[in-house]
Design a protein around this ligand. Structure first.
Ligand code: ZN
Length: 379
């Protein structure tokens, strides 16, 4: 295929992912591709079943219906798997990121056990989703840790106690599918870019508020992974060299102060009985000074780190995904206030700060988006 046509195809898919549905003339205008090439590319995609035409009533003078194009959700399906120290979650999504079925696998100790459990649950997943195996185009895997996505290897995961695990090959072989792996924060950023709140942003930072803290950065519309997949390891920035021991083996990392795991431990050490972060927030609202102090310190420490990031990367938006159920309370307020108090006025008006409660299946759906992205960009 000639390079111009290939780039026209990629630009068409990217525009439809961002805008959902467009007319051919809008596609030509947005992508800068000639109308003749848009016609050729869209005809080809229509024949493949990747696109569908929608006839919309036209409000213009002549009253002719407008023909718009959109991606056909049922053209392709993707498996998404997120592996953590608590459980392995599996979903299957369509091309637009809608979850059709899900499975929860209890924690598995070793990569071989994870692979065997995933293989076993795959058939059930497809049966529940009622989709043919032949339409599943790939599997995306999200792992808490440092990942070399080019090689498909989890370099290091403190949470899983993994080193140099070729998880992409293991699961891809087991499911007989093309497989891609990335760390959970990167997967979340890709999911936000393709299916979520970040469709319109070229430069944004995604922060995962979970048991640990992860971050990922989109720059000029591309995920920035760094030299060896380690970009965004914000959770292990040293805040207090004499602080608590982190599971990475060092002391006083950011997540020993602001991560959900550490906050649970700190609450317990203060004699507070909580089942989750929502309980801690409720105690703070009820006037418990220890709960309030823990949440405020955690939020302020994280906020200070994010303020550095704003100065370093100048993102349009910081997207927080709350996996721990803090909701709107002391923690989020402390994060926001600390960021706003510690960035230059010129950044204040130009940096959006958004919080979202993670919906069920957020991470495995994000993992599926990696596979969707790789598949679509290969067409
Ligand atoms: Zn650490």
């Amino acid at each position: 295929m000639n390079p111009y046509l290939r780039s026209a195809r990629s630009a068409t898919i990217a525009a439809l992912l961002q805008h959902e549905r467009l007319s051919r003339s809008e596609l030509a205008e947005i992508t800068g591709v000639s109308p003749a090439s848009i016609t050729e590319v869209s005809q080809n995609f229509l024949q493949q079943g990747l696109l569908v035409e929608l006839l919309l009533p036209q409000t213009g003078k002549r009253g002719r219906p407008s023909v718009q194009l959109r991606l056909q959700s049922s053209h392709s399906y993707f498996v998404g798997i997120s592996i953590s120290e608590v459980a392995t979650l599996m979903v299957v999504t369509d091309l637009q990121g809608h979850i059709l079925a899900r499975q929860t696998i209890p924690f598995c100790k070793t990569p071989a056990e994870v692979t065997a459990a995933v293989r076993k649950n795959y058939t059930t997943l497809l049966r529940d989703a009622a989709i043919p195996r032949s339409r599943v185009r790939g599997v995306g895997i999200a792992v808490a840790g440092i990942v070399n996505s080019d090689l498909g290897i989890c370099r290091y995961s403190a949470a899983l106690n993994w080193r140099d695990v070729p998880i992409s090959e293991l699961i891809g072989t087991a499911l007989k599918l093309p497989a891609w792996v990335d760390n959970d924060a990167n997967a979340a950023a890709v999911g936000e870019k393709f299916f979520g709140r970040a469709r319109d942003y070229l430069n944004f930072t995604s922060i995962i508020l979970g048991r640990s803290i992860g971050s990922a950065h989109y720059m000029h519309g591309m995920l920035y992974r760094g030299h060896d997949g380690g970009a965004g390891e914000i959770g292990h920035i040293t805040i207090d060299p004499k602080g608590a021991l982190c599971h990475c083996g060092r002391n006083g990392c950011l997540e020993t102060i602001a991560g959900g795991f550490a906050l649970r431990a700190a609450a317990k050490a203060c004699g507070l009985s909580i089942n989750g972060m929502r309980d801690l927030e409720v105690l703070a609202v009820q006037g418990n000074t220890e709960a309030s102090r823990l949440l405020r310190t955690a939020g302020a420490t994280l906020g200070a780190g994010i303020a550095y990031l704003v100065h370093i990367n100048n993102p349009q938006c910081i997207l927080f995904t709350d996996m721990e159920g803090f909701e709107n309370g002391v923690f989020r307020t402390a994060i926001r206030q600390t960021i706003e108090n510690n960035i230059l006025p010129r950044f204040l008006g130009s940096t959006q700060i958004l919080f979202m409660d993670a919906e069920p299946g957020f991470l495995p759906r994000s993992a599926a988006s990696i596979a969707a992205f790789e598949y679509l960009t290969s067409l």
